[in-house]
Structures are given as C-alpha cells and as structure tokens.
Design a protein around this ligand. Sequence first.
Ligand SMILES: *[C@@H]1O[C@H](CO)[C@@H](O)[C@H](O)[C@H]1NC(C)=O
Length: 168
Amino acid sequence: MFLPVLFALSFLFSSSNAADFCVGDLNAPQGHAGYSCKKAEAITVNDFVYSGLAATGNTSNRIKAAVTPAFSSQFPRAGFISSDNAVYVKTLGKGDGMVFPQGLLHFQINGGGTPAFALASFSCPSPGIQILDYALFANDIPIDIIRQTTFPDAAQIKKLKKVLGGTG
Ligand SMILES: *[C@@H]1O[C@H](CO)[C@@H](O)[C@H](O)[C@H]1NC(C)=O
C-alpha cells in the first residue's frame, strides 16, 4: 500500500507560499537583513523577472564601460510552482532573467524554434539538480509505486521508462 506517499507530501508542504520565497517590498523601509517581504496577495510573476540585461549599457562615460546591476532592488527576489501549487509563468525575451526559489519545481521551454542560450547561476557552490522526468522514469522505481503515487497507467509509465532509460 503506497498511496500515503502523495498524501504525506501534500501534508508536508501544506504551508502557504510565504515559506517558499520572500519578494522584497521595495516600498517598505529597508532593514539590516534587506527588504521586508511583500504580502503574498501582491506577488506576481513580474516580481521574479528582470529585463534590464536585454538593453545595451551606456558606455558614453570616462571609463567607456557600463555596469547593469541585477540586485535586489532591480530584482526583488526569489520564483515555478510554489508549494501551494501557484504557477508563475512568463514568456522571456533575449536578455531577460528570472529567479527560481531554491528547491521549487520549475521548468523552461524553448518556444523560439531556434537554439536558445541560458545562463544559470545558483546560490551555493555545489547545488544538487533533480530533473523530475528522470527522477520518476529513469531509474528502477517499480512501476506500481509510480502508478499509485501519480496517475498515469502502467502502460504509459512503461513507455516513459523506455524513453528515459528506466527499468522496473
Ligand atoms: C549616456 O550617458 C551620457 C553621459 O552621462 C548621457 O549624456 C547620454 O544621454 C546617455 N545616453 C543614453 C542613450 O542614455
């Protein structure tokens, strides 16, 4: 009987998204630890996206150089599916950046029809990366466990395991 797995997960993560991230409230006073957090109802996907790097910097100055910061005041913080299952989706253009809060399920799709280049940076020197498709279908978790904790039927799971190199 494996069903309690999903149940346990939803129980473990039943808190509001307030625990997932803190979007800096740039209108509130800044304290020692930075900005205080915006109220959850006021957070939108745009709090996680910054387009300032898409524009060429102005180098008409003495040192003929430009610095375009992407710090907390440009980029409030942290976004994409929060633990309360809210989805934050945005179509990004060239040079745009987006923050994914640590540990949250996220995705990128190249919708441009041509090769895309993405630069990822992490907040720790040795981040672990877990790809959901591989985690579920590229190993030897018994099909019956996957079937009971997700919803595809055994035939669909077998097909995905075959595509992704899993056994079991
Ligand atoms: C670039 O900087 C110079 C010097 O501050 C300024 O005169 C000029 O208007 C700026 N150009 C743009 C496109 O912002």
